[in-house]
Design a protein. Structure first.
Lengths: 591, 332
């Protein structure tokens, strides 16, 4: 690597090293390295996320809830199905899932009566599955009470509102009877269908009042039983005592609310959140800030923090911004970046994708959803997609056509045409130029084919030129080339009169390159010299007018000095033949 | 339908042929990857309920073609510029083993076709080469001045090749030389797939880069019999079903896998379709008749399906979505 004098970025994970010294002009090397998009689990969420994203755009904001569920379940599927083999990436996707779940509950779900707790509780059960795991472990013990985590397990089950599981363990404790009687009577919001919220509130306060009265008079054998009853009474100290079991402030907050304010609404949630964050203030990390912003209903802040924290991977920011926008939780106002926050995140995500060999077409789809800057970004990005083979070129071209990117597509065709030209594949070069409707290039290639004909006397296998159809109209030279092939086909099939007419019209029209005129005139020789063998038109294929036209063309060439020294012999032969033909035609033509 | 995320762009998906077509059921398929950083040749256990990886071997360059000689051996093409060759593979139990290589003149092979004894390959440089798998040197070579995208064996001794200039050339392997025995030409639209009817081999279907499908009668090939606009974008592969030979399948850049229910029009499906009755693809009214066309993948998939295969009414397919699908073909 020491030999290279300069470097230039191709894209985020490719660097071109080059040597600019004059004697070593084309010495360069491309260095590339893996991005975090290359792992299986990340690839999976990119593809599946794109599928859901496309549906959201089609449905135009209808049914946002089910689309959000789709995003969340794809993240969960990725963790469960592909997680075990990709531990590091699994952690990242698990974080996405957590942030997504919180935002879904707070911004997108329609909460009956505004009660958020049942949703949060379900979230905690999914994200902190340890209590159930410990329960199985405890139950597998011969004497479950002897298990070191017996009481921890009961508390964590109570923290997660898993009342029935907690009851199963409490029953075997000395104070079980009394505690179970409280717990069994606990009204739960999930089971309280058919009644109004105020009825629930009344019955719940009565239940807790009852608990509190008993707390003062209770005479338990074990200290832990007092702790359990204190939890049921919603005593904050009891929760703080077991805060390690909750692990995070949001888990402790959910548990605390279950025993203090089960009908809490999203609007008041952030007061509790602040209090609980205070308890964990030494352990807070950026993720906690993101979740707190969500509880404050600050979608903008959630997104900007996601952008900062997950700066190497825009999956979460882009999809979250999009779903919040469609849920009407994020406005479309233009920020100092020159576009809305949604568009900003989509542009970055798309830029990340478009230079990846697996995701370039997906990247284009994301760009196309950016109404303001998408098109200009895509116009810069597409020409940098490597076109390794014809198949890839066809795919890129087809994607450009699908998105209506005419000029980008044409430019790509020009590049392919020029590459084919350099590889001496003239036919292929012509086809790409025709695709680009590039007049200059079509003309140039047609002339090269004609030049090759002058040199070799053949068109090799370019028989597709007979199939040009309307494409001929694009360029005079191509029209000439097509017609000239037609002339040869006529000669082959012995249509001599038609061939003569076509030849004269080709000479007359000046469609061909000036240096080709002499070849055309030479082509008239077999028509004239073999005329005697022909049975039609009294042996003369060209009439006097046609002979005149050809003679004039010959004179013009001499006047314009288009002829080389070496052509003089040919000129004499042609002139002699034409004059002879003129004479014979005079004899045959009626006066 | 079963799906499996495989994590690589699939360029070819083919069922492993059955050793005994009466007793055996289609259960294993081979996939070949291209484009992605990880590229493999993989053997899968496939059913419409579950897809399971059996074995995989990493590839150093893109895999660009796949054709079976028998239920135990197959050949793949590639784009390894330093080592221009086709790779022969064998399936031994649950293992894939690399066999010999066959030298080719194409730097980038685009398609491989095979019979039990011969392997034909075409490439971007325009070479057609036919090998006997046991001999490294080709037994037949021809050169077109055009990028060739696809090839298929026609009858026992001819090979059809489709070019980027919209032509299908028929090369007779008994005559050496670059001139084709016949040529079928239409507009300047790249030919991407060729399929030969299983019981009436003079019916040939071509798929093209503009999403259209042409049907030819090889006995009179001045003009196509019919043209269908089936897909919104390039059709990568086309295939007649082996058992119900009048059913046609196409897969495309637009993410669809279509089944063209020709057997329903012929009245009698199956192998007998070719016996007494005229195939519906040969009737002049075919392009005006209402043919049932089913999209086997539903509208969810928007990314290119590059390759597929049908065997015993079961379809496997895959593509840019990096997912392998296995589904039943619906021919009700």
């Amino acid at each position: 690597m020491d030999n290279y004098s300069g470097a230039s970025w191709i894209n985020e994970n490719k660097l071109m090293l080059y040597n600019s010294s004059p004697e070593n002009e084309i010495d360069f090397r491309v260095e590339s390295w893996e991005t975090n998009l290359d792992s299986l689990i990340n690839k999976y969420i990119v593809f599946e996320g794109h599928s859901v994203f496309s549906e959201i755009q089609i449905s135009n904001g209808n049914d946002v809830q089910s689309h959000s569920h789709a995003h969340r379940s794809l993240l969960r599927a990725a963790i469960q199905e592909l997680g075990p083999d990709n531990e590091d990436d699994k952690k990242l996707v698990a974080l996405y899932e957590l942030v997504w779940s919180f935002c879904e509950v707070l911004f997108i779900e329609h909460l009956p009566g505004g009660c958020v707790l049942p949703y949060l509780m379900e979230l905690m059960q999914w994200h902190f599955p340890q209590p159930v795991e410990t329960l199985n472990d405890v139950l597998s013990f011969e004497e479950p009470m002897e298990h070191p985590k017996f009481w921890d397990c009961i508390v964590s089950l109570l923290f997660q509102g898993q009342i029935n599981e907690a009851l199963a363990l409490l029953k075997i404790t000395p104070d079980g009877g009394e505690l179970c009687s409280f717990l069994e009577k606990m009204p739960l919001l999930n089971n309280f269908s058919g009644h109004s919220l105020s009825e629930f509130k009344i019955s719940w306060s009565m239940w807790q009042e009852n608990c509190k009265q008993n707390l003062e008079s209770a005479n338990f054998v074990l200290d832990q039983s007092v702790d359990i009853l204190e939890i049921l009474c919603g005593t904050l100290d009891a929760f703080i005592k077991y805060k390690d079991l909750a692990q995070t402030w949001y888990h402790l907050m959910t548990s605390y609310l279950l025993y203090t304010m089960p009908t809490v609404t999203v609007v008041t949630l952030h007061h509790q959140a602040k209090e609980m964050m205070g308890i964990y203030k030494d352990y807070l990390n950026p993720l906690d800030e993101i979740l707190f912003s969500a509880m404050e209903f600050d979608a903008h802040s959630v997104l900007t923090q996601c952008i900062t924290q997950f700066k190497n991977n825009w999956w979460l920011s882009a999809h979250l911004a999009d779903i919040l926008y469609h849920a009407k939780q994020l406005d479309d106002t233009e920020l100092q970046y020159g576009c809305s926050l949604r568009e900003y995140t989509l542009l970055h995500y798309a830029s990340e994708l478009i230079f990846h060999e697996d995701f370039w077409s997906i990247g284009m789809d994301y760009f196309m959803e950016c109404k303001k800057l998408g098109k200009s970004y895509i116009e810069t990005a597409v020409p940098r997609i490597p076109l390794e083979n014809q198949n890839k070129a066809l795919r890129v071209w087809s994607a450009c056509e699908k998105h209506g990117l005419v000029s980008v597509g044409s430019n790509m065709c020009r590049v392919m045409s020029s590459a084919a030209n350099q590889a001496d594949q003239l036919g292929l070069a012509l086809i790409w130029s025709l695709q680009a409707k590039d007049l200059v290039s079509v003309t140039k290639i047609s002339e090269t084919i004609l030049d090759n004909y002058i040199e070799t006397g053949g068109f090799s296998n370019l028989d597709f030129l007979d199939q040009l159809g309307n494409n001929k109209l694009l360029s005079n030279r191509l029209m000439f080339l097509g017609k000239y092939r037609e002339f040869h086909n006529m000669i082959k099939t012995h249509q001599r009169n038609k061939a003569a007419d076509l030849l004269v019209s080709l000479v007359e029209s000046n469609l061909g390159p000036p240096r080709f005129q002499i070849t055309l005139l030479l082509d008239s020789l077999p028509l004239i010299n073999d005329a005697d063998k022909s049975e039609d038109d009294n042996g003369v294929v060209m009439d006097s007018r046609q002979s005149h036209v050809l003679l004039k063309a010959l004179e013009d060439m001499q006047i314009k000095k288009l002829l080389k020294e070496s052509d003089m012999q040919k000129v004499e032969t042609i002139r002699l033949a034409l004059v002879t033909n003129l004479a014979s035609s005079f004899l045959n033509e009626p006066w | 339908m079963a799906t499996k995320f495989v994590g690589e762009n699939l360029s070819c998906v083919k069922w492993v042929p059955l050793s005994n077509s009466v007793l055996d059921r289609a259960s294993r398929c081979i996939t070949v990857g291209r484009g992605s950083k990880t590229k493999t040749v993989s053997l899968w256990e496939c059913s419409t309920e579950k897809i399971k990886l059996i074995s995989k071997v990493p590839l150093s360059s893109n895999g660009t073609g796949l054709a079976f000689m028998s239920h135990k051996s197959f050949v793949t093409g590639g784009d390894d510029f330093d080592n221009q060759s086709l790779q022969v593979w064998s399936i031994t139990g649950d293992d894939l083993e690399e066999g010999g290589t066959l030298k080719t003149r194409n730097k980038l092979t685009t398609c491989v076709a095979s019979t039990e004894k011969l392997v034909a390959s075409v490439g971007e440089e325009g070479h057609l080469q036919v090998h006997i798998p046991t001999q490294p040197r080709p037994v037949y070579s021809a050169k077109c001045e055009m990028c060739l995208n696809t090839c298929a064996f026609y009858l026992s001794h001819s090979v059809l090749v489709g070019s980027a200039a919209g032509q299908v050339h028929c090369f007779d392997t008994r005559q050496q030389g670059d001139t084709p025995a016949s040529t079928m030409s239409s507009e300047l639209v790249s030919i991407l797939g060729i399929a030969v009817h299983t019981t009436q081999p003079f019916i040939v279907a071509n798929s093209r880069s503009d999403g259209s499908l042409l049907i030819w009668d090889m006995r009179n090939n001045r003009y196509p019999l019919a043209t269908f606009a089936g897909h919104a974008s390039a059709i990568w592969e086309v295939q007649f079903e082996k058992e119900k030979s009048d059913n046609l399948y196409t897969c495309s850049e637009d993410g669809q896998l279509l089944m063209w229910n020709g057997a329903a029009l012929s009245g009698v499906g199956g192998l007998l379709g070719g016996g007494g009755k005229v195939s519906p693809w040969l009737t002049p009214e075919i392009s005006h008749q209402k043919m049932d066309v089913f999209n086997l993948l539903g509208s969810d998939n928007k990314l290119s399906i590059n390759s597929f295969d049908v065997l015993q009414g079961k379809v496997v397919c895959g593509g840019a979505r990096q997912t392998l699908f296995c589904t039943d073909s619906c021919d009700e």
